[in-house]
Write a protein that binds this ligand. Structure first.
Ligand SMILES: *[C@@H]1O[C@H](CO)[C@@H](O)[C@H](O)[C@H]1NC(C)=O
Ligand SMILES: *[C@@H]1O[C@H](CO)[C@@H](O)[C@H](O)[C@H]1NC(C)=O
Ligand SMILES: *[C@@H]1O[C@H](CO)[C@@H](O)[C@H](O)[C@H]1NC(C)=O
Ligand SMILES: *[C@@H]1O[C@H](CO)[C@@H](O)[C@H](O)[C@H]1NC(C)=O
Ligand SMILES: *[C@@H]1O[C@H](CO)[C@@H](O)[C@H](O)[C@H]1NC(C)=O
Ligand SMILES: *[C@@H]1O[C@H](CO)[C@@H](O)[C@H](O)[C@H]1NC(C)=O
Length: 327
C-alpha cells in the first residue's frame, strides 16, 4: 500500500487537531453554569480566593475532590472565586445578592461501567464527593455519601432524623445521605467483608456545640454478618484527639430496642439509652443516641456520646460522622 502526500498531510492535520482538541473539550466539560440568580453563598464554603479567569477558578475548585460548586465574579476586581462542598444551592440557602457573581457546578466524571463498589473506587474512576449509588453486590445497591475515598455510613448533625428504630431499619438503613442517616449494617457488612484480604480503616469525626472538632481513627474495621448480630470487628485505635471510646466495643454484637444482644444482665441498653449500638453493659460511646439540642445531657451517656473526648458523662455532641475506606 502506498501513502500519498495528501494522505500524510491529512493524517498530520488530524493528529494536530486531536491533540489540540482534548484539552479544550475537557475544559468545556469541566463545569457548567447553574440557574441560580447572582449571589454569594455561605453554605459549605471550602475556600475563598481570587482567580484571574473563570477557568482558573474552575481549576482551583477541581483540585479539591469535595469542591462541587464555585462562584466567580468576573465583573468586580479582584475577581472573587469561592469553592463549596455542596450541590444544588438555591436562594433558600444563606446568600447575599451580588450582581455578576455566577454559580457553577463542577461536572462529575465517573467513567462508564458498573456502579462502583465503594467511594474509593468511585474516586479512582473520576467521581467527585457527594451522594452516590454504590453496588454492594450484583443484586444490592445503596445510596451513600462519598467524602473523597471515605464511604460515610453514619451522620448526626441537626436532630432531623429519628434514630430510635428497630432491627430492620438498622439493618437496611434510613435517613438522607446528604444529612442525617445510617447506611445500614448489611451494606457495611458486605462492603467491609469483600472476598479479598483488603482491610479497612474507620474514622470517627465529632463536633461539639462550641464549634470544636475531634476525630479518632481505627484500623481493622469491619462488621460481621447478621448471623453474628453484626458483631463489630476488633477495632484497633490508631490516633485522634477524641480518644478511644470504641475499642471497648470490639467484638460486641449490635443491639436495637427490639433486639437485645447486649451483655447487661437484666435490661436492654437500647431501651435504656435510646438508639442502637454495639452495647456491652452499656457503653463508652453511643453515636446513635437521642439527639439533644445543647451540650447538656439529661442523664449519664444518654445522647450522642463519646466519653473520651470530654471525659464528661453528661456531655452531648452536636455532630458525629462515621466512615471507612480501604487501607
Ligand atoms: C440536584 O437537584 C436535582 C433536582 O432537585 C436532582 O435531580 C439532582 O440529582 C441534584 N443533583 C445532585 C448532584 O444532587
Ligand atoms: C449566614 O451567613 C452569615 C454571614 O456569613 C453568617 O454570619 C450566618 O451565621 C449565616 N446563617 C446561617 C443560618 O447559616
Ligand atoms: C443497581 O444499579 C444499576 C445501575 O443504576 C442498575 O442497573 C441495577 O438494576 C441496580 N440493581 C438493583 C438490584 O437495584
Ligand atoms: C490515622 O490518621 C492519621 C492522621 O491522619 C494517619 O496518619 C494514619 O495513617 C491513620 N491511621 C489509620 C489506621 O487510619
Ligand atoms: C437481675 O435480675 C435478677 C432477678 O430478677 C436479680 O437477682 C439480679 O440481682 C439482677 N441483676 C442485676 C445486675 O441487676
Ligand atoms: C437542652 O435541650 C433540651 C431539649 O432538647 C431542653 O429540654 C433542655 O432544657 C436544654 N438544656 C439546657 C441547659 O439548655
Amino acid at each position: 500500500m502506498k501513502v500519498s502526500l495528501t494522505d500524510l498531510i491529512l493524517v498530520v492535520l488530524w493528529a494536530v487537531f486531536k491533540i489540540a482538541r482534548p484539552s479544550e473539550t475537557q475544559e468545556d466539560n469541566l463545569f457548567r453554569r447553574t440557574a441560580v440568580k447572582d449571589a454569594i453563598f455561605t453554605k459549605g464554603l471550602l475556600f475563598q480566593d481570587t482567580a484571574r479567569s473563570l477557568v482558573g477558578c474552575a481549576r482551583k475548585c477541581a483540585t479539591f475532590k469535595c469542591c462541587l460548586t464555585f462562584t466567580f465574579n468576573k465583573v468586580n476586581l479582584p475577581r472573587s472565586c469561592r469553592g463549596h462542598s455542596t450541590w444544588n444551592m438555591t436562594l433558600e440557602d444563606n446568600h447575599t445578592h451580588s450582581p455578576g457573581t455566577k454559580l457553577f457546578a463542577i461536572e462529575d466524571k465517573l467513567t462508564p461501567g458498573p456502579l462502583p463498589a465503594d467511594c474509593a473506587e468511585a474516586m479512582q474512576r473520576g467521581a467527585r464527593c457527594g451522594v452516590r449509588q454504590l453496588r454492594v453486590t450484583p443484586h444490592f445497591n445503596v445510596t451513600a455519601y462519598c467524602d473523597d475515598d471515605w464511604t460515610v455510613f453514619q451522620r448526626r448533625q441537626d436532630g432531623s432524623v429519628d434514630f430510635s428504630r428497630g432491627w430492620e431499619d438498622y439493618k437496611n438503613g434510613f435517613g438522607d445521605p446528604t444529612g442525617e442517616f445510617w447506611l445500614g449494617l448489611e451494606a457495611v457488612h458486605q462492603m467491609t467483608t469483600p472476598p479479598s484480604d483488603r482491610s479497612y480503616e474507620l474514622r470517627v469525626d465529632l463536633g461539639d456545640w462550641d464549634g470544636d472538632t475531634a476525630y479518632a481513627n481505627y484500623s481493622n474495621f469491619f462488621i460481621n454478618s447478621e448471623s453474628s448480630n453484626y458483631r463489630l470487628s476488633v477495632v484497633t485505635f490508631q490516633e485522634g484527639n477524641a480518644g478511644d471510646s470504641l475499642g471497648k466495643h470490639s467484638y460486641i454484637p449490635f443491639s436495637t430496642k427490639d433486639a437485645d444482644n447486649d451483655i447487661a444482665a437484666n435490661e436492654s441498653c437500647a431501651i435504656m439509652y435510646g438508639g442502637a449500638w454495639w452495647f456491652l453493659d452499656c457503653h463508652d460511646s453511643h453515636l446513635n443516641g437521642p439527639y439533644w439540642f445543647n451540650s447538656t445531657l439529661p442523664g449519664d451517656g444518654l445522647g450522642v456520646f463519646w466519653f473520651d473526648w470530654k471525659k464528661d458523662l453528661r456531655h452531648s455532641l452536636k455532630f458525629a460522622e462515621m466512615k471507612f475506606r480501604p487501607v
